[in-house]
Design a protein around this ligand. Structure first.
Ligand code: ATP
Ligand code: MG
Length: 456
């Protein structure tokens, strides 16, 4: 745009009117044409030199402009038929001190049917979007609250108070801790306490998504952006999150090229779909977690230092279970009561000696391992039993107990062998993803023997 046109008010006005997609004509109170814009002139075949000053009825014999000038009553959204087309017209009286001095007419050069069809389409799409949006939000919800995190040890109480303190900010949070310490649980709770709680909580597992798919998963793609791309394209998670929380789980495993792209998104707050030319703005809060030694990764240059400094504004470090053994009994009791491990919801108690055995363990798999152990013990309980004893625990725990000088009574050999056998069967089933025939083969026993042992 030339500088002059902007500075000159009159020329600027004309510029605006001539770029409008709507026809505009101004008549005086007698109905004489004083002005029309470019699209009006082009559509009706008028020229300024020839037609300005003519009475509007010389061009449109049935024009209603003189009537509006006389009555001073505007007409909005009126349909005007012209050469078989239906045009939508607004006729607005222009008044000065209560007297009509002219009539401004706007013409929408769109067939009314087309417009109605368009508006119906838009309405239908809007309804669809609302429904899908609601379903989507349902799908991408955070599932756990701070109350779902069990444990009264000092570090857990301290972490919970940090979560309460920081949930209201939109600063990035980095959650560190060994595998199974509850990082994901804390991420859920952070989102639930944040002002974004009603919005999406979107998990991106950086270790699970293949490198080649990560970009389209995060950024989305335009229709036909690459061979194999879905015909309609795809919206990426970064765009889909719409003001919610993005949880980059296992961020230490994010490929380097992806780290560079994510860094750009965080800094510029916009994403460009694969195959698209223009970026769109995105809004989200970021939580990241990893069980890797991230500082060592930065040293080794397998994690970008600039991204690391971007995501670690607030760091929550969850200590391993062996460093907070006082949490073991309440967490074990929690799992024994939860519907996932105890679907029949029968009341379960633990013998005191069980807790002392559990406390002796090192818990390399942390809370996840404890959950598995409790599950194992529950499966070992007979249907009429409600007390978990040491002999319900996996053999590795029993062995420790037997080696211990404080062991009160060693178990009968038969029971020990049974327990070990059971463990081996379960291990084989796990290794073969539950395929019993393959598990029998793995153990070098016949199918029937395997079934017999399994039955027992
Ligand atoms: N304090 C806790 N109270 C109750 N359940 C817990 C607690 N900590 C962890 N869990 C449970 O233990 C399991 C492992 O937790 P989670 O998935 O959050 O671990 P993680 O730190 O993300 O592990 P990974 O690094 O392997 O992904 C889950 O089933 C979770 O619900
Ligand atoms: Mg996790």
């Amino acid at each position: 745009m030339q500088k002059m046109k902007i500075d000159n008010y009159e020329e600027m006005l004309e510029l605006i009117l001539d770029h409008s997609h709507e026809g505009v004509v101004l008549c005086d109170h007698q109905g004489k044409i004083r002005y029309f814009n470019r699209i009006y002139g082009e559509t009706f075949g008028l020229s300024a030199s020839k037609d300005i000053g003519k009475h509007i009825t010389e061009i449109f014999p049935d024009a209603r402009i003189p009537i509006v000038a006389r009555t001073g009553t505007p007409e909005f959204g009126v349909i005007y038929r012209w050469k078989g087309q239906k045009l939508v017209v607004n006729r607005i009286p222009v008044k000065e001190k209560g007297r009509v001095i002219g009539v401004l007419t706007q013409v929408l050069f769109r067939d009314i049917a087309e417009l109605r069809e368009l508006s119906e389409k838009v309405n239908a799409l809007q309804t669809k979007i609302n429904i899908i949006g609601a379903e989507l939000r349902q799908y991408f919800q955070a599932k756990y609250d701070l109350d779902d995190i069990i444990g009264d040890s000092q570090p857990i109480l301290e972490l919970k108070s940090q979560v309460r303190k920081h949930a209201h900010s939109s600063l990035p949070v980095l959650i560190l801790g060994e595998s199974g310490t509850g990082k994901e649980l804390f991420a859920h709770a952070l989102h639930r306490l944040s002002p974004r709680a009603k919005r999406a909580f979107m998990v991106i597992n950086c270790a699970a998504i293949p490198k080649e798919l990560m970009e389209s998963e995060l950024f989305g793609y335009e229709p036909g952006a690459f061979t194999g791309a879905a015909q309609k394209g795809r919206i990426g998670k970064l765009e889909l999150v719409e003001g919610g929380t993005l949880f980059f789980d296992e961020i230490g495993d994010m490929p380097l090229e992806m780290q560079a792209k994510i860094l750009r998104v965080i800094e510029e707050k916009e994403v460009t779909k694969v195959g698209a030319s223009k970026p769109v703005p995105v809004h989200f809060a970021l939580i990241a977690a990893t069980n890797r030694e991230i500082e060592a990764l930065v040293q080794k240059e397998s994690f970008r230092s600039d991204l690391y400094y971007r995501i670690n504004a607030i760091v929550l470090k969850i200590p391993p279970l062996r460093d907070r053994k006082e949490d073991i009994p309440p967490i074990a009791q929690h799992f024994a009561a939860c519907s996932e491990c105890n679907p029949s919801q029968r009341p379960i108690r633990f013998a005191d000696e069980v807790f002392s055995v559990l406390r002796e363990h090192d818990w390399p798999g942390n809370v996840r391992e404890l959950k598995n152990i409790v599950n194992f013990a529950l499966h070992n309980l007979a249907s009429d039993e409600s007390l978990i004893r040491i002999d319900h625990l996996p053999l590795s725990f029993l062995k420790k107990r037997q080696e211990s000088p404080f062991s009160p009574s060693p178990l009968p050999l038969k029971k020990v062998i049974r327990n070990k056998e059971k463990e081996i069967l379960q291990e084989a089933l796990r290794a073969t993803s539950g395929n019993k025939i393959a598990a029998a083969k793995l153990l070098g026993i016949s199918r029937s023997v395997f079934y017999e042992k399994l039955q027992r």
